[in-house]
Write a protein that binds this ligand. Structure first.
Ligand code: ADP
Ligand code: MG
Length: 369
């Protein structure tokens, strides 16, 4: 037997040591139940998985166990047949479900009657989450590679076509379709531009800038769209100083993408709120990935539009994810990339039919304004 001394009260025969191993050392949960549906065994891992103490359940009815577990036990007792590798979900009081893999084995008397069962449970939630993440990363990677090479190819061909069509249009200004063709060419050009920006590692050109100027310029560019839709703007720029090192053009694009989305989400007469604040160095409220803890600038872009459903929340920043018939699904992917290139972070909070707030943090510089 191993040297490590068993707990007091557990020393003694080999069979007691075996019980101790079963109870405290197994990495899977083991629960045994007799034919009266009373719990007869409940090891440490079972306590962790179910958040019930052995004393609470031992000798008591299985009804104290989580319902999906009771069902599996009842099924085995009734049918006398084992369950192998079935996945059940243990509800976790509001937090995400635990996914459990369960195996049951009935034990029988000499006459063959079912005298009880043993259930062995494994928590596979973490493994599942990893798997889902890996699949997502893999997909993103292939989409990224594909879109980079496609965008380059198409752009080359497009430059040739555009030159020729521009010439044709120059000589046929009156042609019915001239205007539409020109508009659509512009659209293709901008989609390709966005795709290249997203997939190509265009290095931002950093310079000292003031956040309020970049925001105001971006707001100015969408002003007529806001007027058309009678959107009211609340602008609270509290960050002072608001200097940072960044690429003004790229940040402008990041903000405009957020403004466009907010406008799309709101009905006429909606309200767009854009606010900034300076978060002093060392704040524990907000921190950046990478653990830098200098002063931060926070920008919040908030709308009172349709909001985002929980299912869509996880996919927002995926390239090509869109819920709009005419959407490209690239806006947020690009915005996040730009913010990350600026060593910042972006988060979102949303309530369906309440509205959405995107919150960006960027490292502030110590420059004077
Ligand atoms: P696109 O605008 O082309 O659809 P984006 O990447 O900008 O692509 O946005 C992806 C999706 O995220 C949108 O289709 C929409 O469903 C959702 N979304 C983004 N911003 C908002 C917002 N402010 N309110 C509601 N939904 C939003
Ligand atoms: Mg968009």
């Amino acid at each position: 037997m191993p040297n490590n001394s068993p707990e007091p009260g557990r020393e003694g025969t080999d069979s007691l040591d075996f019980t101790y191993v079963l109870r405290d050392c197994l990495s899977c949960a083991v629960i045994s139940v007799d034919e009266q549906r009373k719990v007869t065994g409940f090891n440490l891992k079972a306590e962790i998985l179910t958040r019930l103490k052995a004393e609470q359940v031992l000798g008591k009815s299985v009804e104290l166990l989580p319902i999906p577990l009771q069902r599996a036990i009842a099924e085995t007792l009734a049918s006398g047949k084992p369950i192998s590798d079935r996945q059940i979900r243990l509800h976790d009081g509001g937090r995400s479900d635990q996914v459990i893999q369960i195996n049951t084995t009935p034990s029988r008397t000499e006459s063959g009657k079912v005298s009880g069962i043993v259930a062995v449970l494994n928590d596979v939630s973490t493994a599942q989450k990893w798997e889902a993440n890996m699949r997502r990363l893999d997909r993103l990677h292939s989409v990224g590679t594909l879109s980079a090479s496609m965008a380059h190819e198409v752009k080359n061909a497009f430059v040739a076509v555009k030159t020729f069509v521009d010439l044709l249009l120059e000589n046929n200004k009156q042609a019915d379709l001239a205007e539409i063709v020109q508009m659509e060419m512009g659209r293709i050009d901008s989609i390709l531009g966005q795709m290249l920006k997203f997939s190509g590692p265009a290095k931002p050109a950093f310079a000292p800038i003031q956040l309020r100027f970049v925001l105001d310029k971006s707001l100015h560019l969408i002003q007529h769209l806001m007027e058309d839709k009678k959107i009211k703007l609340t602008r609270t720029f509290n960050a002072a100083p608001d200097s940072l090192n960044g690429d003004a053009d790229q940040l402008e694009q990041a903000f405009i993408n957020l403004f466009f989305n907010a406008l799309d989400a709101m009905a006429p007469n909606g309200r767009l709120t854009v606010s900034t604040e300076l978060i002093p160095a060392g704040s524990t409220i907000v921190s950046l990935p990478g653990g830098k803890n200098g002063p931060l600038l926070r920008v919040v872009v908030q709308d009172n539009g349709v909001g985002i459903t929980t299912e869509n929340m996880d996919r927002l920043f995926e390239p090509f994810f869109t819920t709009k018939p005419e959407g490209t699904g690239l806006g947020l992917a690009i915005t996040r990339r730009i913010i990350e290139e600026h060593h910042g972070g972006i988060t979102v909070e949303s309530g369906v039919n309440k509205g959405t707030a995107f919150s960006l943090v960027l490292p502030a510089s110590n420059g004077q304004h």
